[in-house]
Write a protein that binds this ligand. Sequence first.
Ligand SMILES: *Cc1c(COP(=O)(O)O)cnc(C)c1O
Length: 381
Amino acid sequence: MKFNTKTIHGNQQHDPSTGAVMPPIYQTSTYAQTSPGNHKGYEYSRTGNPTRTALENAFASIENGKFGLAFGSGLAAIDCVLKLLNPGDEVISTNDLYGGSYRIFTKIFENFGVKFKFIGMENAGNIENYISKKTKLIWVETPTNPMMNIIDIEAVSKVAKKHQVLLAVDNTFATPYLQTPLDLGADIVMHSATKYLGGHSDVVMGALIVDNKELADKLYFIQNSCGAVCGPMDSFLVLRGIKTLHVRMQRHCENGKAVAMFLVNHPKIEKVYWPGFENHPNYEIAKKQMRDFGGMVSFVTKGNNIKDAFKIVENLKIFTLAESLGGVESLSGHPASMTHASIPKEEREKTGVVDSLIRLSVGIEDIDDLIADLNQALNLI
Ligand SMILES: *Cc1c(COP(=O)(O)O)cnc(C)c1O
């Protein structure tokens, strides 16, 4: 089955009791048993719920994995992965990453004795310098947030396999429309389904997808033991979102490209970060590993002035200034004071997240309106 069919039909079946084409929202916490332990596969909705099962099956299908798990948020999914570890274990992570991931790593799991090393992974060979006997997990985000660096997943997976370290990829930005990390050798794919998978800015949710049964069982055990699951209504919404993922992503990519091209030619712009530019330092990897370049674009204005950045985001009319990304509507963000405020200024600036950086999540509105909006805001500085 091809991707555009999987988003709609992958691992799905009509409701066995009524033939309902969409799975009902099974708004129930528990399930009747005919005698103790004798039930129809569901006992309690933390452990499993049919609407969530339908969604978890869809997650697995679109990421080319065998097992999917749904959580109450992307961070709950990350939390589940980190609970595979023990005190003393080490994690190597990309240094340019989602602020909340950095926060859970350093402010929560370091307290439990897990150590984190944040490094550039554009050159996968560099990772070996940081691997020790205690290294248990490599954490990769690509494209990175918000600098749009591209990490070669296949090259990193070779290093991970050589040292028998798990490789997890946060695929939130790319989505399986653009890249399927399990096919490139990753062990775990993670999503903030809040973003493109849900796609309509109406739900917070996380996902994990794996191919290995033993690993899946460990993760299911943690999911059930720690309980950060999502409810049936949210499962239904994300399942509905996934059905249009491919058409939305196609438009996100088209509009993202047009916005990147407009900005790069604009006299007030210093630099645009978008992996589809031929002079992007990781362009060749992006072209090899991704089917298109996505709808996320970051830029810095000339003069690197925070006042200009604020003026732009405050005056955009169609782009809403808001946290998050990946919805049908265009959003703007100021990483230094919003998504990345939890990362210390020196750390942040080392990776390029300067005070004047603006990040756009380009939506699927008419491109002429989006460009006119950017143009009027840029003319104010
Ligand atoms: C939003 C986001 C997360 C966290 O997900 P939540 O659903 O907000 O908990 C993790 N990684 C990336 C890349 C994100 O954009």
